[in-house]
Structures are given as C-alpha cells and as structure tokens.
Design a protein around this ligand. Structure first.
Ligand code: GBH
Length: 438
C-alpha cells in the first residue's frame, strides 16, 4: 500500500509547552531569547495541537490520507532528557496513535525533529557523544509503548539542517555558530540514529528509517573553483548523512579540520545498522559557487534564478525531485532502500477571502507537479513507497515564526481556528482517486 500522507513536527504544532510535566527543549530556550525568531514568536501555543488533536485527526480523516508523519517531543516523554519517564507525555502519543489507527491512518512517528531536551544541551547537546546513547534510551522508551502499533519509525529529521542551522550557523536552536567545527554534531546524531535503530528493533519495531533532506547540487559554472565548491557542498549536505548509513563509510572530510576525529572504532558499524526505508525531504535544488577568499565555509550559495519562487523565496523546481531520486539510485544502487518522500510542500501567503475560503492554487500546482516528478522517477525504476505533504497545518516555521504558511489547513493564530484550504480539497480528491496499491 502506497502511503499518501501529511507531516508535522512536535514543536511546530503542539504548544502546551509547560503542561503535563513537559520539560524545556532547546527550541523553548532559543525562541525566548530576543532576536532569535522573527517578531519574537515562540512555540508556546503554536497550533495548540496538544489540546486540539481530535480535531486534527478528524481533518486527516476528512482528507482520506492513509498515513500521518508526526514527531514525538523528547522532553515531553523524558523531561530532563534521560532518567524519569513522564507518563502523561507517553499517554498523549498513545492516544494520538490509537485515534489515527481507528481512522485508518498509519502513524509514522519521528523521534527527533530538533527539540532536544535543554538538560542535554547543558551537557553538550549533539557535540557530546553521550547524547547519542541518551537518544537510543529514549527511542526504547517510546517504542516500548508503541512498537506494536507503528508500521514505520523515523529516527532523525534532517540531521544536516540541525547541524548546519543549529550548530554551524546558529540560526536555529541551540544557536551555535561553529562553522565546520560543527561536524561532531553530525557524527553524534548519526551514531544516535544507529544506536536507536538497534534499540527500536530490540523493542519490536517493524520498519525503521532516517529522514534526510537531500538536494541536487548544481555548480554555478563549469569553472574548476565552482565545481570544487559544488562537490564540497554535495559531500557536506548529502553524502555526509547518507554514505555512513548506506555504505558504512564517511566521504573524505580531511579538508575540514578537525573533521571527524570524534569517530571511534565500531561507530560506523553501528551507524550502518540496516534500515528498511529512507525518508527524503525535498524542497529545491541548490546552486553552488566558490566561496569568497577567507570565507569560513568551502562553498557559497549562488541562488537558482530563472524559476518561480515560494513565499519563502525558494525556487520551485519539480523535476529536481526526479533528478534527486534517480541520482540517489545511481549513486547507491542496491544499497538504496525503498524511499518515502517524508516532506514536500511550499509556503504561500494564504489569505482568507471575504467568503472565508483560501484559494491556494499555487500550492495545488506545486503538489501536483512534484507528485508527477516523483512518478517519473518511479517509472525510471526508483522504489518510492510514500509521499507526505508538508504540512497538514500552518505552523511555527522555526526562525520565521508564524510568517510562512505551509499548511493544507489554514490556522488563524488569534483564534486557533482551522480552515481547510482549496489544496486540502484537491489533495483529498487526489488521494481518493489513487488505487491503494499504486
Ligand atoms: C524542513 O526543513 C523541516 O523538516 C520542517 O520542520 C520545516 O518546517 C520545513 O522543512 C519547511 O521549512 O535557500 O532557497 O536554497 C527544510 C530545510 C533548508 C529546505 C533550506 C530548503 C533552502 C532553500 N530547508 N532550504 S534555498
């Protein structure tokens, strides 16, 4: 059964930041620091999904999707990251999972979508090797409760973005700007992934995956410096997070001291623990040029002109999804597991019309064209098993606060009222038209 779904993440929708024993995460702390998030927005309330989840499950039932990717808030389950389990936190996810299953929606939980418990950040966060072990313990706790009902687990969401935005550039929590010295945050996340795969299996998990955001990389020109920069970006963005998982080896990082001198004997075997699927989040291709002299990074983003853009300014290049998927197959061959597109979508400035509707025709075209591109890759032999729209709801878009709207459902943040957009009706009709076995 091909999974047609939607996706969300805990900090972006749940709110209820201080309720029922939840501990603080790095995002609570970061968002409350002045100047970090646009207009000082925080996830304190977000979409209030923690209270309104029955309404959100009903919205999914109305959509007719057969899968929902959400994330589990680590500090809701383990308020200080390790040790004492908060029963009310686990109960919340159990109620959600049961309600989804009752509506025929397969629950696909992601265990880490960037909201590290603050207590672990204070012990070094992902720069510390210990966090990897704590992640596996947490995975075991959640799977101990839910493994019998969950068909597919995702360990990490986009470890590249968490490393790059959170540890290298400091524009996401925990706000560190270490440039290439952020690389240990890659290794420790990947080690945490591998240890979690083993913990999940031991707890009886059915299928396990990791979600990476992958991007096709295009050099800005055929000149040698641009080609070299594009290769560096491909290594740091794509291969750093896929080669060790699928091939058991890191790409050559000797050009980025201190590189990965934190890797210990045996780590790569753990990281390469077999997975059942690969989650791929696709937004757009990236065009890369040589950096300016003295820049802290070995590449520069050259922008990708000549395409329409989303409200975020990201280029809309549907065929990039086909290019990405066929490129993964060419690179990894038999080592590439079946793929789920775990996120794809766009932000738009969706406004309520006087009649109370939202006519997001641009989003409909975006989804239709990307699904068609995915199909072309499948026709070229790529094994894709699922597609999840980002996102079910408008939500807290990290450093952009509530300014970017990605939802199939509009959220009025003053009243928290949900209004399905035209794209919701389009996706509902589309999903219904699909054979369950396509
Ligand atoms: C995902 O990250 C996250 O998983 C999710 O939480 C988030 O809400 C969603 O996407 C939307 O942002 O500079 O024009 O080349 C996406 C990571 C990183 C993808 C930046 C697009 C660059 C666009 N993104 N990237 S551009």
């Amino acid at each position: 059964m091909f999974l047609w779904g939607t996706a969300t993440a805990a900090y972006q929708i749940e709110g209820a930041a201080d309720e029922d024993g939840r501990g603080p995460s790095v995002w609570d702390v970061f968002a409350h620091e002045p100047g970090r998030v646009r207009d000082g927005h925080t996830g304190d309330v977000a979409c209030d999904h923690y209270h309104r989840w029955p309404e959100d499950v009903a919205l999914m039932a109305g959509l007719g999707v057969n899968a929902y990717r959400f994330s589990v808030s680590w500090p809701r389950v383990l308020p200080s990251g390790a040790g004492e389990v908060n029963a009310k936190g686990l109960d919340f996810y159990e109620r959600l999972v049961d309600a989804l299953l009752e509506k025929g929606v397969q629950p696909v939980p992601t265990l880490f979508h960037w909201d590290l418990p603050q207590a672990l950040e204070e012990r070094g966060g992902w720069l510390s090797r210990d966090t990897a072990a704590r992640f596996a313990d947490y995975a075991a706790v959640v799977a101990g409760r839910l493994a019998d009902r969950v068909p597919l687990w995702i360990t990490l969401n986009e470890p590249f973005v968490h490393m790059a935005y959170g540890y290298a550039m400091g524009v996401h929590a925990p706000g560190r700007a270490l440039l290439t010295e952020a690389l240990p945050a890659a290794h420790h996340q990947l080690l945490g992934h591998g240890l979690a795969v083993r913990a999940l299996r031991a707890a009886g998990a059915r299928e396990v995956a990791i979600t990476n955001n992958c991007t096709p990389v295009r050099p800005a020109s055929r000149e040698e410096p641009d080609l070299r920069a594009a290769e560096a970006y491909d290594i740091l963005h794509n291969r750093l997070f896929l080669d060790p998982v699928l091939l058991g080896a890191y790409p050559d990082l000797s050009a980025y001291p201190p590189g990965l001198d934190c890797v210990r004997d045996g780590d790569l075997e753990v990281i390469a623990s077999p997975i059942d699927a690969l989650g791929v989040n696709y937004y757009n291709p990236t065009r890369i040029a040589a950096p300016e002299a003295g820049a802290g990074l070995p590449f520069a983003d050259a922008g990708l002109p000549g395409h329409p853009t989303t409200a975020f300014g990201w280029p809309v290049v549907p065929d990039g999804l086909r290019e990405l998927l066929t490129g993964l197959k060419a690179r990894y061959g038999a080592a590439l597991p079946p793929i789920h597109i775990t996120e794809n979508g766009c932000s738009q400035e969706d406004v309520l019309t006087a009649g109370g509707t939202i006519e997001d025709e641009g989003r409909i075209a975006f989804l239709r064209d990307h699904i068609a591109a995915m199909r072309r890759a499948m026709d070229e032999g790529v094994d894709v098993r699922g597609y999840f729209v980002w996102s079910l709801l408008d939500n807290f878009e990290w450093a952009e606060g509530y300014h970017q709207r990605f939802g199939l459902v509009h959220v009025d943040y003053a009243t928290l009222r949900r209004t399905p957009k035209a794209s919701y009706r389009w996706y509902a009709e589309f999903v219904r038209s699909q054979n369950t076995d396509t």
